[in-house]
Design a protein around this ligand. Structure first.
Ligand code: NDP
Length: 460
C-alpha cells in the first residue's frame, strides 16, 4: 500500500511558511484531489494545535488556494528547537512513507539543523528542500553541499529557486529554441546586450532581520538573476530533464565572469533615502533605508545592485549581460531585455536610423513578450519608427511556490539549483563583494519612488 507523503516544515511559524508555502500547498491540494499529504510544522514559537490549524486554514482560504483543511491527511505543530538533535529526531524518526523536510528557517539555522541531521536516522528516500541564500560564499556553499550529500543523494536535494517557477522558465526556453526568428540570432554575432532586471516598488516591508544581512546583490542577483542568465546563455540541452538542462545551465555559469575582470567599473550599488512611492491614490511615504526598523546602518547594506558579466564562450564573448535588482523604486520592472545589433546597412533614403536592430523583451509575471521592431509606413513611408508586437505567454494560474512544491513532492529536481551551480553563483559575484568590502565602489543614494541613482544605465 502506498503511504501518504509527509511534508515537515521547519520554521513553520515564519513568514515564508504563512505567506508562500501554505497557500501553495492549499492550491496544489485543490488542483490535485488525488494527492495525499500529511503536513507537519515545527518552529520555535509556542503555538497550540488550534493556532497552527487556523494558520493553515487561513492560508488555504486565500483566493489562490480556496481549499479546506480536511484535504490534508493529518496535520500537527510541534514547538521545537530544530538545532537540537533529540528534538529533530523526534520529528523525523519513525515517519512512514516518503518524507520531505522543508527548511523554512534563517540560513544559519538551516545549516545547523542539517549538521544535527547527521546523527538522526532519516527515513528511506527522505527529500531535503533548502531556501536561498544557499551558503554565504563559495566555500560555505561547498561545505553545505558536502554536508547535504552525506545525508541524502543529490537527486533528493532541492535548492529552491521559486523566482523562476516552472512556467516562466519554460516560456523563455520555448521562445528561445522553437523559433527560427530567434534561435539563429541568439549569439554575439547579433545580440548587442542583455539586461536582466528585477526592480521592485516594495521597500523593506519589515524584513530587516533577513534583508539587512543580505542586500540586493545576495537577495536577488547571486541567486535568482544568475539562474535567469544561465537559461538565456546556455547551449541547447538535448532534454529539459535533470541532467541535460542542469548540465547546460551549469556550463553557462562556469563560463561567466565579471565584465572586463573589473568589479569596480562593472558594478554599482545604491541605497534608498526617504521618498514617496506610488501615484496620487496609492501614495506611500517610505523612510530612508537606514531609518527602517531593525536596520544597522553600519552594515552598509545596498538596496539596489547592478553588475555586468560576460559569458566567455564562443557564442557570447563580447556581449554585456547586466543584472540589476532593487527595492523602493518607482515601478516594478521584472524583465529580460535582449537588444540586437544594428543591421549592417540601411538604404539611403530611409530616415531615423535606429541605434539597434530591434529588441526582444520578456516581461516576467504575468509573462508577456514584446518584440520591438524598426518599421516604416504611414504618411511618411521613408521614416523609420519603433513599433511593438506584444503577446501574452500562456495564462499560468499556479503560484510559483505551487510549482516548486509540486516538483519537490514528485521528486523532479530539473528546476532546482544543482550543487555546482549554487557554488558558481558565489564564485561569479565574489570579486564584486571584495571590491565593495574594500570600499572601492561607493553607495549611491536614490530617493524611494525614483528610478534609481542618476546616471545608471538602467535608470531613466
Ligand atoms: P522568518 O524569520 O520569518 O522565519 C523563520 C522561522 O524559523 C521563524 O518562525 C523562526 O522562529 C524559526 N526558527 C528560527 N530558529 C529556529 C530554531 N532553532 N528552531 C525552530 N525554529 C526556528 O524567515 P522567513 O520565513 O522569511 O525565511 C525563511 C527562509 O526562506 C530564509 O532562508 C529566506 O531567505 C527564505 N525565503 C523567504 C522568503 C520570504 O518572502 N519570506 C522568500 C524567499 C525565500 P523565531 O521567529 O521565533 O526566531
Amino acid at each position: 500500500m502506498s503511504r501518504d507523503t509527509t511534508l515537515l516544515i521547519l520554521g513553520a511559524s515564519g513568514d515564508l511558511t504563512s505567506r508562500l508555502l501554505l497557500p501553495a500547498i492549499g492550491q496544489l491540494l485543490r488542483r490535485e484531489p488525488a494527492r495525499r499529504l500529511a503536513l507537519h510544522g515545527a518552529g520555535s514559537d509556542d503555538w497550540s494545535a488550534q493556532r497552527w490549524q487556523e494558520a493553515v486554514q487561513t492560508a488555504f482560504t486565500s483566493a489562490d488556494a480556496a481549499t479546506q483543511l480536511d484535504r490534508v491527511a493529518g496535520t500537527t505543530y510541534t514547538k521545537a528547537d530544530v538545532t537540537d538533535r533529540d528534538a529533530l529526531a523526534g520529528l523525523v524518526e519513525g515517519v512512514e512513507g516518503p518524507l520531505v523536510i522543508y527548511f523554512a528557517l534563517p540560513p544559519a539555522v538551516a545549516v545547523a539543523a542539517c549538521q544535527v541531521l547527521r546523527d538522526v536516522k532519516l527515513p528511506e528516500n527522505t527529500v531535503l528542500a533548502l531556501e536561498k541564500p544557499f551558503g554565504s560564499d563559495q566555500k560555505s556553499a561547498r561545505e553545505l553541499n558536502d554536508l547535504l550529500q552525506q545525508l541524502v543523494p543529490e537527486k533528493r536535494i532541492f535548492r529552491v529557486d521559486h523566482f523562476l517557477g516552472r512556467s516562466t522558465l519554460l516560456n523563455v526556453i520555448g521562445v528561445r529554441f522553437a523559433n527560427r526568428l530567434v534561435e539563429p540570432v541568439w549569439s554575439a554575432d547579433h545580440v548587442q546586450s542583455v539586461l536582466i532586471r528585477y526592480d521592485e516598488s516594495l521597500a523593506l516591508e519589515n524584513r530587516a532581520r533577513y534583508y539587512d544581512r543580505a542586500g540586493a546583490m545576495i537577495d536577488m542577483i547571486q541567486s535568482h538573476l544568475l539562474q535567469v542568465l544561465a537559461i538565456l546563455a546556455m547551449e541547447q540541452p538535448a532534454d529539459l530533464d535533470e541532467i541535460d538542462l542542469r548540465d547546460a545551465m551549469a556550463a553557462a555559469l562556469r563560463a561567466t565572469v565579471i565584465w572586463d575582470d573589473n568589479p569596480v567599473r562593472s558594478s554599482r550599488r545604491g541605497r534608498y533615502t526617504a521618498g514617496t512611492i506610488g501615484d496620487k491614490e496609492h501614495r506611500r511615504d517610505v523612510p530612508s533605508y537606514v531609518d527602517e526598523d531593525g536596520v544597522d546602518p553600519d552594515l552598509g547594506t545596498e538596496t539596489l545592485a547592478e553588475i555586468t558579466c560576460e559569458v566567455r564562450t564562443a557564442r557570447w564573448a563580447g556581449v554585456p549581460f547586466t543584472l540589476r535588482s532593487g527595492k523602493a523604486l518607482a515601478d516594478r520592472h521584472a524583465e529580460i531585455v535582449v537588444t540586437f545589433r544594428p543591421v549592417r546597412h540601411i538604404p539611403e533614403g530611409l530616415t531615423g536610423r535606429p541605434d539597434d536592430g530591434g529588441v526582444l523583451r520578456f516581461v516576467l509575471g504575468p509573462d508577456r513578450i514584446d518584440l520591438e521592431l524598426n518599421v516604416n509606413g504611414g504618411d511618411d513611408p521613408f521614416a523609420l519608427r519603433r513599433d511593438v508586437l506584444s503577446t501574452k505567454l500562456g495564462k499560468g494560474t499556479l503560484l510559483a511556490y505551487t510549482e516548486v512544491i509540486s516538483d519537490i513532492l514528485d521528486g523532479d529536481v530539473a528546476l532546482s539549483v544543482r550543487a555546482d551551480a549554487a557554488e558558481q553563483c558565489w564564485r561569479i559575484i565574489q570579486p564584486v563583494r571584495d571590491a565593495w568590502n574594500r570600499g572601492d565602489v561607493p553607495i549611491e543614494d536614490y530617493p524611494a519612488g525614483s528610478t534609481g541613482p542618476k546616471g545608471w544605465a538602467t535608470s531613466a
